[in-house]
Design a protein around this ligand. Structure first.
Ligand code: PMP
Length: 410
């Protein structure tokens, strides 16, 4: 933490560090992870659904049989073997050779998080504006804030980002003489709302950005975790110019390996590699081999279906419990995939102020304020359904609803 009287270093920090504070989610995790608390606050995939014995055996062999390469330094861009596998994964959602996706333009990163940081490093000067959905991913807010950029939220509805609001935001920034560098968007099963941008709006959003000369940073950790049919094709499958596509194996395989990627326009690829080498020299050889061997030798497409089934059942449990138990005036999203539901509370309730009472009642969620750069959002909360089993989800909603009823009565 910066700026406290306990911190002797306050006067020495770089300017960009002054606004750095722990995210609401990080601060919550310590209490939310206590066993007696039903945590609807997390965002962790349900790793226990992996074939852990087989994965463990595969990981062991990477050390014993291939240690000379997997434990060695590698190239900054990431191994060709993994970049080829990544292209197979992207092809599943329609980002294929026909739309210009090539292993040559993939840069392997330490999770989607480093991918975001690299894009920020390449494009953001202090004071630049980034447009993002309101609400948006908390980890992206942290990255943009560290880059001293200003996040301007664009409203969404149940069909995703509102194109007219995007146009209005662009016009307003232009009037104010501020430079917008890119639109950051999570079009599919968004974190934190679970909302998906419709087919028609995808085209509109791309057209608007193209006309305004804005780059698009498409963050897609959840696109392959749909449980109501396929999502509309990613933005990158529709346009090859000006769209950066960020992917990760954190939700489809294992976040502990910290492997993600960027598919970048060819002209930018070298700069991304140079920036990444300055940060990390090269991604972990062992983790890359783990992912490429998993993709090459294990039934990963079937595993996606396993996750989809489990998450559908848990989403259904959450929505059913909310319909049965939530106080009148509460509304919520109905995601077709991903890990999250976004609930809007009855007028007058404040999700941030209610948090200590929720923890005392042994349930945790993330207050909506964590997902806005401007501190708004206290009338909403994010609820996770990927990690707790259905009976715990229902118990969590029961506890949450009774805290809300008490707050309404206050
Ligand atoms: N983007 C979004 C929208 C996310 O939800 C997450 C993880 N919660 C990430 C990026 C980063 O994940 P990772 O670094 O584990 O790939």
């Amino acid at each position: 933490m910066t700026g406290t009287t306990l911190d002797d270093y306050t006067d020495r920090y770089a300017r960009r560090v002054r606004g750095m504070t722990a995210s609401e989610i990080r601060a919550l995790f310590a209490v939310a992870n206590r066993p007696e608390v039903v945590s609807l606050a997390g965002g962790a995939p349900y790793i226990a659904a992996l074939p852990l014995d087989a994965v463990g055996e595969m990981l062991g062999r990477l050390g014993t049989d291939h240690g000379v390469t997997t434990l060695q330094y590698g190239i900054g861009q990431g191994t060709l073997e993994l970049r080829e596998r990544i292209c197979e994964v992207m092809a599943l959602s329609g980002i294929d050779a026909a739309c210009g996706a090539s292993p040559d333009d993939v840069v392997v990163t330490v999770g989607g998080q480093q991918a975001l940081d690299l894009v920020a490093r390449l494009f953001l000067d202090p004071g630049d504006v980034v447009l993002a959905e309101g609400p948006t991913y908390v980890g992206a807010l942290g990255v943009f804030q560290a880059a001293q950029a200003q996040v301007v939220h664009v409203p969404m509805d149940s069909d995703g980002l509102v194109p007219e609001a995007l146009e209005a935001a662009i016009a307003e920034q232009a009037r104010a003489g501020r430079r917008i560098k890119f639109l950051y968007t999570i079009p599919t099963y968004q974190n934190p709302t679970g909302v998906t941008l419709t087919e028609q709006r995808r085209e509109q959003v791309l057209d608007i950005c193209e006309r305004a000369g804005l780059l698009v940073v498409e963050d897609d950790p959840y696109g392959q975790l749909g449980f109501e049919g396929d999502a509309p094709a990613p933005l990158r499958a529709r346009r090859r110019d000006g769209v950066f596509y960020l992917g990760t194996f954190s939700k489809t395989f294992a976040p502990g390996l910290r492997v993600g990627w960027i598919l970048a326009p060819h002209a930018v690829r070298d700069k991304l590699v140079i920036a990444s080498e300055a940060q990390i020299l090269c991604p972990s050889g062992y983790a890359q081999a783990a992912v490429s061997t998993y993709l090459g030798t294990m039934p990963w497409r079937e595993q996606l279906k396993v996750y989809q089934e489990i998450y559908r059942e848990r989403r259904d449990a959450l929505l059913a419990a909310m319909a049965d138990l939530m106080p009148d005036g509460t509304t919520w999203t109905r995601p077709g995939g991903g890990l999250f539901v976004w609930a809007t509370l009855p007028d007058g309730l404040d999700s941030k102020a209610m948090m200590p009472r929720a923890i005392a009642a042994r349930v945790a969620y993330v207050p909506g304020t964590g997902f806005y750069a401007d501190g708004t959002g206290n009338g909403a909360m994010r609820l996770n359904f990927s990690f707790p089993p259905p009976d715990r989800i229902r118990e969590g909603v029961r506890r949450l609803a009774s805290v809300m009823e008490q707050d309404i009565a206050m």
